[in-house]
Design a protein. Sequence first.
Length: 369
Amino acid sequence: MKKLVIIGANDFQNRLILKARELGFETHVFAWEDGAVGKKTANFFYPISITEKEEILRICKTIRPSGVATIASDLAVPTVNYVAQALSLNGNPYAVSLKCTNKFEMRQAFLNNEIPTPRFIRSGASVDFCALADFRYPLIVKPTDRSGSRGIYKVLSPENLQAAVDLSIQSAFEKRVIIEEFIEGQEYSCECISYHGAHTFLAFTKKFTTGAPHYIETGHRQPSDIPQRIQQKAKAIVFKALDALGIQNGASHSEFKIDKEGNIGLIEVGARMGGDCIGSDLVFLSTGYDFLKMVIDVACGKAPDLRPTGKSAGKAEIRFLFSEEDIRALEKIKAENPASIYRISAIDLSNLGKTKDSATRLGYYILAN
């Protein structure tokens, strides 16, 4: 039987486990036990931190998998490619993974390749205000090495900058932050699959957030409302960024903003699917592309099938729950238009009124019509 190693087992990762089993793979899943939904759905589960790459590699040498994959975790990306490289399996170079999971190194690659991105500096605990003398406020402060809206702060004036850095740096593993100019505009993402350096566009996604100060995602929608002429420009910028970062294989999720004049500012690129069910569910529902199967195929050294394999609903959207009002809105949809609901997650009311990042949202539901 074919074997697939999957790094990560939370609710978003579980879609990959289920797809792999549907395709006939024996699944070997590594993750922290806390929150590991995939523990129950995997053939074999190993309660090992997804960052313990040497221990995971040691076990994988005995498993002898056809591929190693993840879909919704930046933390898992370096481990996936470290193991794949050591076992001569398809993936991206380990050095590329490190660049794609560090916002400063990523921004340097954009800058060196003349890719439009906000002005930025890297900072330790003490802010160098001289280096920011000609920066335009407001600024955004974020950890160099975290995702999921963790440690993000909008700063309106120099007087508040040091306090924001003090808070943001608490979330950073390497205890450094990026300080960047805030760019106006609507935020979107671009979902792609790559194989041996050839990139294929799959979908654009419109993002909705709480806004300042933390910009926690409240939902995502496909298709987006990007005008056709700007879509072509956005694709070109994203493909150039993928090349600049050295992403040759697998899924990618590129976030950018478009201002009122149609200017595009690239924010960051993930060498993985978009989380929040963007890649695992919305792409398939809105386009018919089996993105999950593509990721598995590429991980196993097989060219992805780029034909739509399912009947698309045309529109797909995920909405996250933050409050009792959000829960009432869901109940109204269940009563008035239940056929539009594709899936409802478990709802954790213990976080009611306590949401501070993506990980502490109450739950979500997906609409498709």
